[in-house]
Design a protein around this ligand. Sequence first.
Ligand SMILES: NC(=O)c1ccc[n+]([C@@H]2O[C@H](COP(=O)([O-])OP(=O)(O)OC[C@H]3O[C@@H](n4cnc5c(N)ncnc54)[C@H](O)[C@@H]3O)[C@@H](O)[C@H]2O)c1
Length: 434
Amino acid sequence: MPSPAIHAALRAREKKLAVIGLGYVGLPLALEFATCFDVVGFDISASRVEQMRRGEDPSNELPPSAFEGRSITFTADPADLRGAHFFVVAVPTPIDVHKVPDLKPLFGASRFVGQAIKPGDHVVFESTVYPGCTEEDCLPLIESLSGLRAGVDFFYGYSPERINPGDKEHTVRTITKVVSGCSPEVREEVAAVYGEIIDAGVYRASSVKVAEAAKVIENTQRDLNIAFMNELSLIFDRMGIDTKGVLAAAGTKWNFLPFKPGLVGGHCIGVDPYYLTYKSQKIGYTPEVILSGRRINDGVPAFLAKRLVQLLVQADFHLKGARVLVLGVTFKEDVSDIRNSKVAELIHEAQSYALSVDVVDPHASAHEVEEEYGLRLAAAPEGRYEAVVLAVAHRAYKARSAEDLCAHLKPGGVLMDIKGLLDGAPEGFSYWRM
Ligand SMILES: NC(=O)c1ccc[n+]([C@@H]2O[C@H](COP(=O)([O-])OP(=O)(O)OC[C@H]3O[C@@H](n4cnc5c(N)ncnc54)[C@H](O)[C@@H]3O)[C@@H](O)[C@H]2O)c1
């Protein structure tokens, strides 16, 4: 069956587009599509759907105005997907405790598509996966449930998402969108559909696997570059050399890349490389560089906790029960997302040395932090601490001077500046940065 002109049918509102999974990626995408198509926004979480019906973004990224004037129906009922003809899948792709891809959400979404898809329909996956996941793992599920053949009775593509939470400059519309399809004709249809909402234009990848691979290596490259910086920081710290100073000097060369050391948390940079390494190992190649980069980045919280203990001892503090104030717990600055927070790991490590940690964060939800990590967010710092750890570069913390931060410290206290925001501490305090 030739690929029908789905773009034209969506444009004429004869057919509907459905987005499955309305999180950080799916919701902004669905709302953009809803400016020009009739959209069904589906999510398995009834409570999140309720919030979206009220015009609230459960991920706290979009203002209520983003919901205004959009042609979208939010639903948690998979039966509503039967009314759609173009399915976009944007469900999470986490890893499990063994750092193996957890494809349950993706398989769940594929089953919903399998029950709703009809001859001539299209499905496009947006979730970050390893090359081959769409064609080898998801499509067979859709085929078995629908009784339809992929690429023959229904059509498919892959178009990875590149948004960056908290980033108001790089948004759905302003980021070049990579698109792919099961045939050149399908790819053109997919390109036309996305072309309606992407101002930056679409890039046509030569195949679905190329598009899948492109996405996963973007984040792997970033992970590795940060791992290199973290390794440099480990080396230079032992030598008593300031890594920030070294990077500033090296950065004056035209082709030196501007990365910084730090904690690699969240659900993308620290997770996606494992999708690639999993697939690679499955086909008989154990990646050396990628996995060693992951090991270095995963080891940073333990390194920082140990370093904090050394600094406290060097500053003549009694360790057991020493009070530490941690500023920030989200996985990056100016977002409320605490998933895979390496700061939480650092706190647990510090607690294992019998340090007493208070943590504050202007963006994180106290309830989520308690539920996810068993940590109680303090409303505000209380009294004086032996150490202050500046862990997340929230705007509110960037605005504070070293003097101001040291006001939380006892005399001789330690200021640990993980993000390298400051240039030292006032006299009478010790200062350390990565
Ligand atoms: N968040 C980002 O910055 C970002 C950027 C680029 C790519 N990605 C990728 O996009 C994908 C989605 O990530 P996210 O951050 O939007 O996830 P998320 O956790 O914010 O949202 C996922 C949503 O999907 C829903 N869901 C889970 N399983 C479902 C199912 N079987 N059917 C329907 N809905 C289901 C959840 O209830 C939730 O609302 C992932 O593959 C991620 O790696 C994320």
